[in-house]
Design a protein around this ligand. Structure first.
Ligand SMILES: [Zn+2]
Length: 392
């Protein structure tokens, strides 16, 4: 039987955070909830913020299987009753003594020893050393292009200045050796249908000029498409992976244009075939499309983050759907955790359990030997990502 309990875990996609100290049940619920349903969201929609509306949102957020699973995992870990108040009483008491010690025990229980953090959320960017002082595990930073693009658009730059600053900022981040890859969330902005022909410098020039003159005509999409192509070229130059958000995200994502299949034309284009590309979130709920792409495109990889843990019991279905076509050595475990360490914790527990069950199921069906399944678990939980990001 496959046994993942003692295996180390590398979380290939999450967002950094600092110690928030003691948190109330309401704060914990808001901070750990998947992206939607805030006071601002309701007020912008003309709904007055009353205690009744606040309760309504709390009940909705605590009504997900993801949330109940997290409370159950924490209750087991902390030795309390499985309710939010008991869990937080003990959690806050331990955090008050020492947050780094609490996180060390928490992550130790899940075997979590490395995290690849996308420093593009939250903004302004957190200091890498400060984050690391709170979280005593290996932290590998990733550089996100969208905050850079927003910053450059605010400046009054000619195209040659824009291009120069864009290239220099990414090059400096990568050549410093601190950042081990580049990330794009173009799926949130103008969608994944990016033509590889957007790479011509003329497209960048023409698009920025059209934006400056307020001409519209899809100029922002043309600029973003061009800059994504350029980021992939820089990843090739520095030999680091490119992460591209695919699939669901918070409520602002374009849930149609985030399908991984929209990236086919770009990723199979001859110039980009050498780049190693990680399809973040394996495009969930379009994870089977992403798995097909990892099968036919030699340098496309997948991470199961976000679906695990936020789609809760779909964790089993995600592994099963992805493993049907993606080579097992191209699948990486991830959580998309943020704000509080408990998301990364419950995700690692759930991710390990579902992986073990799925691999044991494949062994019993004769798809894998027990030895091969155990090796696949080691790869998915850690080694595949270590190889992809060239970590020791
Ligand atoms: Zn993320």
């Amino acid at each position: 039987m496959v046994d993942v309990s003692g295996l180390r875990v590398l979380d290939v996609h999450a967002h950094p955070y600092l110690n928030k100290g003691a948190v109330s049940a309401e704060q914990f619920t808001d901070l750990t909830a998947f992206g939607g349903g805030s006071r601002a969201y309701m007020e912008e929609g003309g709904v007055a913020w009353t205690p009744g509306v606040s309760d309504e949102l709390q009940r909705i957020k605590r009504g997900t299987l993801y949330f109940t699973r997290m409370v159950n995992d924490l209750a087991t870990f902390l030795g309390t009753a499985p309710d939010i108040d008991s869990v937080l009483n003990e959690r806050n008491a331990q955090v008050a003594v020492s947050y780094p010690d609490y996180v060390t025990r928490l992550f130790g229980d899940a075997g979590l020893d490395t995290v690849i953090f996308d420093f593009g959320v939250p903004l302004p960017m957190l200091d890498i050393d400060e984050v690391n002082a709170d979280l005593p595990i290996e932290i590998v930073p990733i550089y996100r292009i969208e905050p850079l693009i927003a910053d450059l658009l605010k400046q009054d730059l000619s195209w040659s200045e824009f291009k120069e600053k864009y290239d220099t900022s990414i090059s400096e981040a990568l050549s410093s050796g601190r950042y081990k890859g580049v990330k794009s969330i173009i799926a949130y902005r103008t969608g994944l249908e990016v033509s590889p022909l957007s790479r011509t410098a003329d497209q960048g020039f023409q698009a920025l000029d059209a934006i400056r003159r307020g001409l519209g005509g899809g100029s922002m999409k043309k600029l973003r498409d061009h800059l994504l192509c350029r980021a992939i070229e820089l990843c090739m130059e520095y030999d680091v992976p490119m992460q591209i958000h695919t699939g669901m995200g918070d409520f602002e994502v374009n849930l149609v244009m985030c399908r991984p299949s929209y990236l086919m034309d770009l990723l199979r284009f001859p110039v980009y075939r050498s780049c190693r590309v990680l399809l973040v979130h394996t495009g969930y709920p379009y994870h089977r499309e992403a798995a097909y792409m990892a099968n036919v495109l030699p340098r496309v990889y997948l991470d199961v983050s976000e679906g695990i843990p936020f789609a809760s019991s779909a964790a089993w279905e995600i592994y099963e759907g992805v493993m049907a076509m993606a080579p097992l050595n191209k699948i990486c475990y991830g959580s998309d955790g943020y704000q509080l360490p408990e998301i990364m914790y419950t995700s690692a527990k759930l991710g390990k359990q579902a992986l073990q069950d799925t691999l044991n199921g494949l062994v019993s069906k004769g798809m894998l030997t027990e030895t091969a399944a155990q090796q696949a678990a080691v790869g998915i939980l850690s080694d595949n990502a270590r190889e992809l990001y060239k970590l020791d």
